[in-house]
Design a protein around this ligand. Structure first.
Ligand code: GDD
Ligand code: MG
Length: 399
């Protein structure tokens, strides 16, 4: 494929934030032995390079009671070399939706001869393994992994570590276009292939996010993203002293990380997870607070933002969900960061009041933090999980 070379990079301590790069071509043809002179402003990433990165990547699909047809479509869009890891929090009572997902995935893997793992977020085996290694931060009062997208992502990242993957990417299960899923993964691979640091992150930005109202409106920005980006940029600006609008992917649900980076970040519960990833990077490597990890600080942390060609069309879950579950926790992650100064706090409060998400005098809630994954004894966790891995494999026969 061909994507823009990063044209501008903003530096924040040892963090390098690249300006948005656009996808120019989804398929850039065969490699040439005698290279045509390539435009230096454009990066050509060969198919076999993309495949090499895909082979080292786990694609995590978090799902909770999504339409089965959408889930099946998403799964079909993930390139063959990636290890699919489905983490489901779907209902098991009345209708066992998890079982339906597992059956669909099994059938797909059977006919496509590909490997995938699927587990339920509330699986007691996983909770017990986490308790055994003392990683109890994502466990609830019932001793099981808590509800929430972030909690599912963290459990799935641990599975990806057990499977010895070098990269992990996330794709929501409610996407209507398998072709978009395919493009996201290629963008992840392309980003890692041009990264200069082993501590890298790729965040996807959509060219259009269509809304069906009277006819189809090809909107670019969602309300939540616009506000989160503004507040995130205010945080960066207040530290550098120069106003910036470099962050365009504050909420990016579709994103990927090198495992080395994924292991050292502090996460936040629920939908605060994506903004908190950036906040963790800025806190840990922005040079204002003590460096969180010396080796990563030396290499630098690199953030890519890639704008895809496919429009993003997913299930609309409505106003209350957007404000209370997404905007509020996301802004809470920025607001409560030790990096956040009064000016940015003021911007956040103003936005939340305008959106009616808080009342005068109130503050956004403090996020519930989840400790970095490298705080666990991975060897011990992998040993405990080893005897159960078969039951999570979608290629194995019915347990
Ligand atoms: N395993 C698991 N556990 N999955 C969950 C849970 C949970 O508790 N809650 C939601 N999911 C799944 C959904 O089924 C979906 O596949 C995905 O996580 C995202 O949830 P949505 O409810 O569809 O979120 P959204 O569309 O409003 O927001 C998405 O896009 C935002 C902007 O890019 C999410 O990815 C946000 O995290 C993101 O910030
Ligand atoms: Mg969605």
């Amino acid at each position: 494929m061909r994507i823009d070379a990063p044209k501008y990079t903003e530096r924040f301590g040892s963090v390098r934030i690249n300006e948005v790069q656009q996808v120019l071509q989804l398929d850039s043809g065969k490699p040439r032995t005698l290279p045509l002179r390539e435009n230096v402003a454009v990066q050509k990433i060969e198919e076999d390079v993309i495949k090499d990165f895909e082979e080292r990547m786990a694609i995590v699909i978090p799902t909770k009671d999504e339409k089965l047809k959408l889930f099946e479509g998403v799964v079909s869009g993930v390139p063959h070399e990636c290890l699919i890891i489905v983490v489901s929090n779907s209902q098991r009572k009345r209708v066992d939706r998890f079982r339906m997902e597992r059956d669909a995935l099994r059938q797909f893997c059977h006919f496509t001869r590909r490997e995938a793992l699927i587990f339920h977020q509330k699986d007691p085996v996983i909770a017990q393994a986490l308790a055994d290694v003392g990683y109890t931060g994502i466990l609830g009062e019932d001793g099981l992994v808590r509800h929430g997208k972030a909690e599912g992502m963290v459990a799935a990242m641990l599975m990806a570590m057990v499977a010895k993957k070098d990269y992990v990417g996330f794709i929501d299960a409610d996407n209507y276009f398998p072709g978009a899923v395919w493009e996201y993964v290629r963008c992840y691979a392309a980003g890692f292939s041009i990264a200069n640091s082993p501590y890298a992150m790729v965040r996807v930005l959509w060219r259009y996010k269509p809304k069906v109202s009277a006819g189809m409106l090809f909107k670019k920005w969602g309300r939540v993203s616009e506000i989160t980006n503004r507040c995130m940029n205010s945080l960066v600006s207040s530290k550098s002293g120069f106003e910036t609008d470099i962050i365009k992917t504050g909420n990016a649900g579709e994103h990927a990380m090198s495992m080395r980076l994924a292991q050292i970040l502090t996460y936040a519960s629920g939908y605060a997870v994506e903004p908190q990833e950036l906040v963790s990077i800025f806190e840990g490597f922005g040079g204002v607070l003590p460096m969180a990890h010396q080796i990563a600080a030396k290499h630098g942390v690199e953030i890519f933002q890639t704008e895809t060609r496919n429009p993003h069309l997913h299930e609309e879950k409505g106003g209350h969900h957007l404000l209370v579950e997404m905007l509020l926790p996301g802004l809470g992650a920025i607001y409560h960061s030790p990096l956040c100064e009064d000016e940015t706090r003021g911007v956040i409060i103003e936005e939340l009041l305008r959106q009616d998400a808080i009342k005068p005098g109130e503050e956004p809630p403090k996020p519930q933090f989840i400790a970095p994954l490298n705080s666990i004894d991975l060897k011990k966790f992998a040993t405990i999980m080893a005897e159960h891995m078969e039951s999570y494999s979608a290629l194995e026969e019915e347990p």
